[in-house]
Ligand binder design. Sequence first.
Ligand SMILES: Cc1cc2nc3c(=O)[nH]c(=O)nc-3n(C[C@H](O)[C@H](O)[C@H](O)COP(=O)(O)O)c2cc1C
Length: 358
Amino acid sequence: MSVSDLFEPLTLSHGRPMRNRFMMAPLTNQQSESDGRASVYDQEWIGQLARGGYGLVQTCAATVEPGGIAFTRQLGIHDDDQLPGLTQMADAVRDGGGLSAVQLHHAGHRARPELGGIPAPASSTSVPGVTALTTEEVERIRDSFIAAAVRAERAGIDGVAVHGAFGWILSEFMSPMLNDRTDKYGGSTENRARMTFEVMEGIRNATGPDFQIGWRLSVERYGLELEELREITAEVFNRELIDYLDLALWDTTQVVREGTHAGQTMLSVFTSLDRKQARLGAAGKIMTARRAGELLDEGCDFVVIGRAGILQRDFPEKVRENPLYESPTLPVTAQYLRDGGLSERFINYLQGWQTLVY
Ligand SMILES: Cc1cc2nc3c(=O)[nH]c(=O)nc-3n(C[C@H](O)[C@H](O)[C@H](O)COP(=O)(O)O)c2cc1C
C-alpha cells in the first residue's frame, strides 16, 4: 500500500464512514472553563482540526463526573450546561467533513482533590487514607460513562472514545497490581474487565444505531499485562462491542521484550487478532507521511496522530499535498506554537512536556 491509500474512506460498524484513515488523537489541552464548559480556545483548536482534513477528530479527555477530574481546566461532559460548547464542537467537525468523538475519562485513584476531584481507587491500598470504591460506587461511575455518551449524542457528536488507557479508571480496574477487589469487579481477568465491558454495552444500549464507540487501550506500565489485554481485546472484538480500537503506544515500532510475544511488535500482538467488523489504529510517533502509510501495511486500518497534529493542525492535508511530508522536529519554541494559533493556556501545558517545547 502507499501513502495515497491513507485517503481511502473507511466504513465503521455504525454511522457515517471516515472519509480517510487519519484520526486525531485525544490531546489534553487545559484550556476549558473552570467548570468544564468548552472555552473559545477549545473552539479555536477544534476549529483548526476540523479544517485539517482528519477522518475523525477525538476531543481531549473529558470528565464523566466532576469528581473524576485529573487536569486543570479539563473539558467536561458531565453536565447539561456543557452541551452548547460540545454542540459547537460537533458542528465544526461535521462542517469540516470529519467525524467527531469525545474521549470519556475518569481519573480513578488519580483524581485530584485540589481541582474538586474525589479519588476513586479500585483498591484500598492505592491512595493513603482512601478506601476502595464500593460496588455501588463502581456502578455509579459506570453509569456516568453511559450518561456522558448519551450527552455526547445529544450534542450531535458522532461517538465516544472510551478511555481505557494510562492507568485511568478502566485501565486501573484491569490491572492486577492496582485492583485487589474481591467483588465482581476484581479477581479474575473477566471481573477486572467487567467495568469496561459494562460501559461499552451500556453505551450501545443507551444510544442510537448510528452512534460510534471507540476504545483507547494502552499496554504499558500500571501493572498491565499484555497477554491479558490481548485476551480482553479478543473478547471485545468477538462480542462486536466497538467500532474501533485506538492503541495508545508511545512508539508504533515498539517491540515486546518478554513473555509469549517477545520479539514481536506490540502492534502485531493486536493486529493479529480477528477484529471482525471493528477497525484498528495506533498512535505513537507517527511524524511522517511514510510512517503513516507503512502502518496500513502493518495491519492498521487508520493512524492516530498526536504530536505531529499539534505542530501542524492540518497534518492530513500536508500529507495529501506531499507524500514525502515530514513533521517539524521536536522540540519547538513556544513562539512556533503561538504562530500556529495555539492558546497561551495550551502552550503553558505543553511546556510541561520537555520533549515538546524548549
Ligand atoms: C500534550 C498531550 C496531551 C495528551 N492528552 C491525552 C488525552 O487527553 N488522552 C489520551 O488518551 N492521551 C493523551 N495523550 C497521548 C496522545 O493521545 C498520543 O497517544 C501520544 O501522544 C502518542 O502519539 P504521538 O507520538 O503522535 O504524539 C496526550 C499526549 C500529549 C503529547
